[in-house]
Design a protein around this ligand. Structure first.
Ligand code: SF4
Length: 422
């Protein structure tokens, strides 16, 4: 068994010790899960963990509260479900996000690309030196799109020219540095080239360059493109199709596939909720679930035949306008040793307060500390916990310089009201 690490980006073979026990993170290829496996994971969480899960902003599933003595048995059970990698180093670099509804209906199935990309990352030992948060993304061009999700290396299939894949570095589709286009069967080769080049460009810098964005900040966009072998000005993709901007929650249809999106507040759910989604998929859908970076499950094949009220009472979010979708919160002191505030309870309080004072549309990030695990991007209102209170960062990220310090909930509410009235 590999050594446990604290404060590390965890996996299953290299879990992280948190305040509530071991945190075991599963990187599910393409975010795909059968109802059968979902039910098995619910049982394992109930038996070996504390019954709680997180759905991360990278669409990974985290089992919480596992006792160290139970870890070998849990890993053996996960191995039986084919969810365990060959080794922890290969697991750690297998960070590939994919469009959640790819392959359904008439949509292109990008699973072979994703699987081959993951295999390349796991097998190329030189790439195991990649920083552990360094991530890849493959978007199939359909909705809901990953256009607004940032990645170190992104491959966006052109919706109207599916034999062309745009390569972007260090950002969302609108902000990544363009490296031009490749064919779908060149994605893995391009990814390997980019990853090796990144490692050589990032080597020897102090402070270390851990993300593509940091490299771009250091070199500038123009020189970055050149450093990766691009000559001349690289075209950016042009999109004519509608972009799915709302969270994919509630009933919707995409490329003739009916889907039910079920979000979980702050990405947290328990084993009963996972069983409930698995049963829904079996009873009304196709026996399959997809995980998303928006902290919601997608259940394909369901068309309005489900009682949303009953799901609401189980704390699923089923309304795309629900203000809770605008608030991100990490586990805070309930599960993390760096936390000193009850982030989930405080976030729930702020959802209610924001709605009451007419600020339900404001995006809020409640972070247990300056690390900002729940959200890496800027937010209108970021609260950063320390010593049982919060600092406020306006329009920035958790690690940015606060605009106000040492606020309790009453002071935060007042600041929120002032922002709404401004
Ligand atoms: S942001 Fe939250 S989860 Fe991350 S280290 Fe800080 S307290 Fe822990």
């Amino acid at each position: 068994m590999s050594a446990l690490r604290k404060g590390w980006c965890p996996g299953a073979l290299r879990p992280m010790m948190a305040r509530d026990g071991l945190l075991v993170r599963l990187r599910l290829t393409g975010g795909r899960l059968t109802s059968e496996v979902a039910r098995a994971l619910a049982a394992l969480s109930d038996y070996y963990g504390n019954g709680l899960f997180d759905l991360s902003a990278r669409a990974n599933l985290q089992l919480r509260g596992v006792d160290q003595a139970d870890l070998p048995s849990l890993l053996a059970a996960l191995d039986d479900l084919d969810l365990i990698d060959a080794d922890p180093d290969g697991e750690a670099v297998r960070n590939v996000m994919a469009s959640p509804l790819a392959g359904l209906g008439a949509r292109r199935d990008i699973a072979p690309i994703v699987t081959a990309l993951e295999a390349m990352l796991a097998q190329d030992a030189a790439l195991h030196a990649l920083p552990n948060k360094f991530g890849f993304l493959v978007d199939d061009g359909g909705a809901p799109t990953l256009a607004g999700v940032s990645a170190d290396v992104r491959f966006d299939v052109m919706p109207e020219a599916p034999d062309r894949v745009w390569i972007g570095l260090g950002g969302t589709r609108d902000h990544a540095v363009s490296l031009g286009f490749c064919a779908p069967d060149q994605v893995v080769e391009a990814a390997a080239h980019i990853a090796h080049t990144f490692l050589s460009l990032a080597a020897g810098h102090e402070p270390p360059i851990r993300r593509m964005k940091m490299l771009i900040e250091r070199l500038g966009a123009y020189q970055t493109a050149r450093a990766f072998g691009v000559e001349g000005e690289m075209a950016r993709p042009e999109y004519s199709g509608a972009i799915f901007n709302r969270p994919p929650v509630g009933f919707f249809s995409s490329d003739d596939v009916d889907v039910l999106g079920l979000a979980v507040p702050f990405g947290r759910f328990d084993h009963r909720m996972l069983r409930c989604v698995a049963d829904l998929a079996d009873t009304h859908g196709r026996g399959a679930l997809r995980l998303t970076p928006w902290r919601c499950f997608l259940v394909p094949g369901i068309a309005g035949s489900v009682d949303l009220g009953a799901l609401r009472t189980q704390t699923f979010i089923v309304d795309p306008e629900d203000p809770a979708l605008r608030i991100a919160a990490c586990v805070g002191m309930a599960g993390c040793e760096r936390g000193t505030t009850s982030t989930h309870a405080d976030a729930a309080h702020l959802v209610e307060a924001a709605t009451r004072i007419g600020g339900a549309a404001i995006s809020i990030h409640v972070s247990g500390c300056e690390k900002g695990c729940a959200k890496a991007s800027r937010t209108a209102f970021t609260l950063v916990g320390h010593d049982g209170v919060y600092d406020l960062v306006a329009g920035g990220k958790a690690g940015d310089v606060p605009t106000r310090r040492d606020l309790d909930l009453a002071a935060i509410e007042a600041a929120l009201a002032a922002k709404v009235l401004a």
